[in-house]
Design a protein around this ligand. Structure first.
Ligand code: ADP
Length: 306
């Protein structure tokens, strides 16, 4: 019994929703294959060249699968997992979440769907704890549910799927390394009431903008007064990228997850492609290698093929 799937990249935070909002992308994605075996083992093989650990307890896919197996009645089963990682680790595009979420989604399908999506998020979060030291779900939840998700609470888990109007997503991934742990460590432990009010007004505005397909409200609400002022310093030319992309017609955007990838939301494909060119021009000029993606929000679940 084998299954193949695409485990999608995700954008966590969505500018103002630090740790609580995320969206699923149609590109890039990892390719995974899972096979159900009749012994209590998890074997992991990587077809990519990222030198990720293959010991199950050190790989996020292995840790997530172990959490699922611990909750499953039959203790005499296991999985062979093959991962072809196309989402670069440490990009801010949910590379670790894709492996953890993809693994539990594939396993659940092979077992005849005994677990709810919320339970799968709970298992996959153990992978995130391994990767970044925090049990956060803002990449895992959109990867498992598709579309835009709100994580109202992680303990107990309370995930809300949000409708959103059609949008294009343009991403630039400057090839520099930012450690998630470092990007977390530079954040202030306390924030002012004034900034908190601005931030929750923007989160409420963004969610309402999504639900009412109000692009202007989405655009106005894509502002972050709490995290971006600190994290943007880690990304060369961030302010310039944001300024020029908005001048070229982007609704808005910011740091994807903890960076260094930057994303912009747009209403139409032509603008999205123009924005990719703006991003390319900036990073070519300053001589930093980069990748760009022009994609859309992945509204369905992970794609399976037997
Ligand atoms: P991203 O935001 O791209 O997911 P993170 O920094 O959160 O990046 O996670 C990457 C970390 O997780 C790296 O330290 C990597 O070694 C570790 N890791 C372990 N297993 C995997 C895996 N299967 N896929 C990606 N990263 C993994």
């Amino acid at each position: 019994m084998k299954i193949k799937l695409k485990a999608c990249a995700t954008i966590a935070n969505l500018v103002c929703g630090f740790d609580i909002l995320g969206l699923a992308l149609n590109a890039p994605y990892d390719e995974m294959e899972l096979e159900l075996i009749n012994e209590p083992k998890i074997n992991i093989t990587h077809l990519d060249n990222f030198n990720l650990p293959t010991k199950a307890e050190d790989n996020v896919a292995g840790v997530a699968l172990q959490a699922l197996l611990n909750a499953y009645e039959n203790k005499n089963i296991g999985f062979n997992v093959t991962i072809n990682k196309l989402i670069k680790p440490g990009s801010g595009l949910g590379s670790s979440a894709a492996s953890a979420a993809g693994a539990v989604l594939g396993a659940n399908q092979l077992l005849g769907n005994p677990f709810t999506k919320q339970a799968l998020v709970g298992f996959a979060m153990y992978g995130e704890a391994l990767a970044s030291g925090a049990m956060h779900a803002d990449n895992i939840a959109p990867c498992i549910y598709g579309g835009v998700t709100l994580i109202r609470s992680t303990s107990p888990l309370d995930i809300v799927q949000l409708n959103a109007p059609p949008m294009y997503v343009t991403i630039v991934h400057p090839q520099i390394e930012i450690k998630t742990s470092e990007a977390r460590a530079i954040l202030p432990k306390e924030i002012s009431l004034k900034n908190a009010v601005t931030q929750w007004a923007n989160v409420a505005g963004l969610v309402t903008g999504f639900l009412q397909s109000d692009y202007e409200l989405i655009s106005r609400s894509l502002e972050d007064v709490i995290v971006e002022p600190y994290r943007s310093k880690l990304i060369p030319w961030f302010d310039e990228v944001k300024l020029q992309c908005k001048a070229a017609g982007a609704l808005g955007g910011g740091i994807s997850g903890s960076g260094p990838a930057i994303f912009m939301l747009c209403k139409d494909e032509i603008t999205a492609k123009n924005i990719a060119q703006v991003m390319k021009d900036i990073y070519t000029k300053i001589g930093i290698d980069f990748n760009t993606y022009v994609t859309t929000i992945k509204s369905d679940e992970i794609f399976f093929s037997k």
